[in-house]
Design a binder for this molecule. Structure first.
Ligand code: BES
Ligand code: ZN
Length: 841
């Protein structure tokens, strides 16, 4: 690990006066920044961060100084002697506007046939230095007074409301109000020909939803309503008012992440903010509401109180991920949002956290180029959310909320570490939160609890759960067992325990899937559980988390994979959407075993068809108005399963729903209808061409997503070749979307080899396009999720070996090798038994 000195410890800025002249057409900007701050010790220089900037002149305390660039983006401004204490640094500079999707960058779009652009910023994690010299560390909080010179007749947005705006020299000068003390990674501005929908929260905060004029304003209504109600909710829940006078939300045509919580100016991908008012699926609305709630919760967690350093990134992201559920459960009670937690968070977290080499939630990071690797969605988001949910259950929501209120009361406008938060929660709950949480936050991985019945005693033992060849490991976790009987609602902190139970009552652990562990039940207990499932005596969350446990145990070869087939049989008649999601995941796992055994595959299709037919008969193709949420979410899963099963009436029924104008196909079932057309239409080539055309021209982000889903399910090698060719043509597929196309083509067994080939051939394009971006590591990551054979392993290892030392890729590649090795071994050992089991059905 490289060592990098922290600049905030030497020079702590208090205030920035920043003026930028954006020359969009020339693709440059010119700027001037004056920073006042405190130098800790007398020395001969002040260090700032700057990257890719040209410095034209600099002064300290109005005296000209020399400047030089050092390692790690350091800009050294030198003077003979500087006393400790207050100083004023002034720098004039210029920089370039490039297509990197960080720093200051353009978004491209077309309106009525005219090519147009928006300029916007993306500074997290360390890209403010690409736009102005600054101390670019979260701890270096300062106030910002920003002035922008831009072209006229456009909208200009910043973190704060506009103070003055006037035309001058054919352009526009916009001066924003000064911000409260804040970190550089949250500074933002955006300019373009935008329109908006406006509203106010109960407390009078102005809320705007902005988009290009390509999107009708009515398509911003859902976002506005959700944003206003989320702020009202957080104001109350945190008992700390949203601290700025306004919050803008802007949809950007080109955007690398999903959304970014810049204080007062939140930026989004269009697909997670704009939605067709007349035809949107429940899952699209849920996604949008989730992202809005997530970014708004950051206005408190992250913006008002900020981690001291990136190693505590989880203070931002784990919390925002938890707050999505707390807020949406209050805002949309009819969604039963917590019921999605297991699929959306636990499933992803457990599937990654079992790979040796995985990072802990809290991970040391030194060089900024390592920061991007911290944003592992499975760990710092999903696992982090789960651990915090476990804590919330453990101390109760009242104490949890009281602790958070105390946290904001004590630390607003400052920086914290995890221990500051634990202290507040400890005081509020009276429980030893610190040692409980440290174990889960600092330790990577999770335990499996083996449960064995011996008369009226349950013998329990905990052990680290891992796939692949495992080394001896003595790690222990404090595990809230959360069992179905009173004696099982206790903490297992030792390696083993014996607990008296009542044999005539159900025995399951981790009821409600609250804690981050899995259970390996002995045969007798498992067969009891299967009976409980068949008798309808387990909650939907327990049903799906049992199946999830089995998938993991099978993957690690701690239970035979055929058990999954048995479990699927026990789930006949299942109608719950969340359980159906995991049934689909289970079928995908089994599919791997039959990829080259047509007879067994036919059996698997039959099993899938048998499971999905009865509930689909109840639901039908189109829901009635006011249909319950569960039916809405289950229907597409059933149709997808029945299409996999190639049930003729479903294939023809789906083709009958197809329309040349896909905007009018009911959004709830559109991905499946388009998939059917791609796979089964009389002339699929025509459908493919047509959908590519629609993809290129439509402004409906959710339709574009549906088209990706459908086209990447093609079984035709000619279509795969065509799609892969498009992945690098920016006019058709935006670089922000390429990773998704790639992942889906890898997932499809028919296109997997070609997709891998594409990666090896296009690596220099991938490197040029993504290497400064946090999307870079998804290429080795997605590949490792999909590749399965020993041949694949050799190819993966050979190709990625030269990149094993790259800070943004190193961990992902190591884990990828382990993951593919384990999958290849699993397939080799389990395949035949699964085929035999299917053939006996
Ligand atoms: N702070 C992140 C965005 C981000 C991530 C910026 C990595 C720079 C590097 C933001 O709050 C976030 O988490 N966005 C998510 C969406 C969210 C709903 C999970 C994203 O972009 O995927
Ligand atoms: Zn976030």
């Amino acid at each position: 690990m490289q060592t990098v000195s922290r600049l905030a410890k030497q020079f702590a800025p208090q205030h920035y006066d920043l003026s930028l002249h954006l020359r969009r057409e020339e693709r440059i900007f010119e700027g001037s920044v004056t920073i006042t701050g405190e130098l800790q010790l007398a020395q001969r220089h002040i260090l700032l961060h700057a990257k890719g900037l040209t410095i034209t002149s600099a002064t300290i305390d109005d005296k000209p100084v020399t400047h030089a660039f050092g390692d790690n983006d350091e800009l050294q401004l030198a003077q003979d002697e500087l006393t400790s204490g207050q100083h004023k640094v002034q720098v004039n500079f210029s920089g370039k506007i490039t297509d990197t999707m960080h720093g200051l960058y353009p978004s491209y779009y077309e309106e009525d046939g005219n090519k147009k652009e928006i300029l916007a910023t993306q500074f997290e994690s360390h890209h403010a230095r690409e736009v102005f010299p600054c101390v670019d560390e979260p701890e270096a909080k300062a106030t910002f007074a920003i002035t922008l010179h831009t072209e006229k007749d456009i909208t200009v947005l910043g973190n704060m409301p506009i103070l003055t705006q006037q035309e001058a020299d054919g352009g526009l000068i916009t001066q924003f109000a000064t911000t409260p003390p804040m970190s550089t990674y949250l500074v933002a501005f955006a300019t373009g020909d935008l329109h908006r929908l406006q509203g106010k929260t109960k407390s009078g905060v102005e809320v705007n939803i902005w988009a290009t004029k390509v999107h009708p304003l009515e398509n911003l209504e859902f976002a506005l309503d959700t944003a206003i109600r989320s702020i009202d909710f957080f104001n109350d829940y945190f008992s700390t008012p949203y601290p700025l006078p306004k919050v803008d939300h802007i949809a950007l045509p080109d955007f690398s992440a999903g959304a970014m919580e810049n204080w007062g100016l939140i930026t989004y991908r269009e697909v997670v903010l704009v939605v067709d008012k007349h035809n949107a699926s429940s899952s699209t609305k849920r996604r949008i509401a989730t992202v809005i709630a997530h970014e708004l919760s950051h206005q408190w967690f992250g913006n008002l109180v900020t981690m001291q350093w990136w190693n505590d990134l989880w203070l931002n992201e784990s919390f925002a991920s938890l707050m999505e559920y707390v807020a949406l459960d209050a805002l949309f009670p009819e969604w039963h949002y917590w019921e999605q937690f297991t699929n959306k968070e636990s499933f992803i977290a457990l599937q990654r956290d079992c790979i040796p080499g995985v990072q802990a939630i809290k991970t040391k990071v030194n060089h900024p180029d390592e920061i991007s690797t911290l944003f592992d969605p499975a760990i710092v988001y999903a696992k982090g959310a789960k651990i915090l949910r476990m804590l919330r259950e453990y101390i109760g929501d009242t104490a949890f909320q009281a602790g958070l209120r105390q946290y904001f009361a004590s630390h607003s406008y400052k920086n914290t570490t995890g221990d500051d938060l634990w202290r507040c929660l400890k005081e509020a709950s009276g429980q030893d939160v610190t040692s409980f949480m440290r174990s889960w936050i600092d330790q990577s991985g999770f335990p499996v609890v083996t449960a064995t019945l011996s008369d009226a005693t349950l013998e329990l033992q905990q052990k680290r759960f891992q796939i692949g060849a495992t080394k001896a490991d003595a790690s222990l976790w404090p595990i809230p067992l959360g069992g179905s009987q009173a004696s099982l609602r206790t903490m297992l902190s030792t390696e083993a325990a014996s607990i008296k139970i009542n044999r005539s009552e159900p025995i399951i652990l981790n009821s409600g899937d609250v804690a981050h562990f899995i259970t390996n039940y002995d045969e007798l207990l498992l067969s009891d559980i299967m009976q409980l499932i068949q008798q309808g005596k387990l909650s939907s969350t327990d049903r799906l988390s049992i199946l999830n446990n089995l998938l993991l145990l099978a993957r690690a070869r701690q239970t035979p994979t055929t058990t999954i087939v048995t479990a699927l049989m026990a789930l006949r008649g299942e109608t719950d959407a969340a359980v159906w999601e995991i049934i689909c995941a289970a079928i995908d796992t089994i599919k791997r075993c039959v990829e080259d055994s047509p007879e067994a595959e036919t059996r698997l299709r039959k099993l899938a068809g048998d499971l999905a037919t009865p509930p689909f008969k109840q639901l039908g193709w189109i829901g009635k108005d006011g249909e319950d949420e569960n039916s809405k979410l289950t229907r597409p899963l059933l149709i997808a399963t029945l299409l996999y099963a190639e049930v003729p009436t479903i294939v023809s029924g789906a083709l009958a729903q197809y329309n040349k104008d896909p905007h009018v196909i009911p959004a709830e079932i559109r991905p499946e209808v388009l998939t059917a057309a791609v796979q089964f239409a009389p002339s699929p080539q025509e459908v493919v061409e047509h959908l590519i055309k629609i993809y290129t021209t439509t402004s409906a982000g959710d339709l574009k997503s549906d088209i990706i889903t459908a086209l990447t399910k093609s079984k035709d090698p000619a279509v795969h070749a065509k799609l892969l060719e498009l992945l690098t043509s920016k006019e058709i597929i935006r670089p922000q979307d390429t990773p998704r196309w790639f992942a889906y083509l890898l997932r499809n067994a028919h296109s997997r080899n070609q997709a891998w080939q594409w990666l090896t051939e296009q690596w220099s394009w991938i490197e040029a396009t993504y290497s400064g971006d946090m999307s870079y590591d998804v290429f080795p990551r997605y590949s490792a999720n999909a590749l399965a054979s020993y041949d694949d392993l050799v190819r993966y290892e050979q190709f990625f070996t030269p990149h094993r030392r790259h800070p943004a890729l190193a961990r992902t590649i190591e884990m990828g090798i382990t993951e593919i090795t384990a999958r290849a071994e699993w397939l080799k050992q389990e395949k035949q038994a699964v085929i035999d089991a299917l053939n006996q059905l």
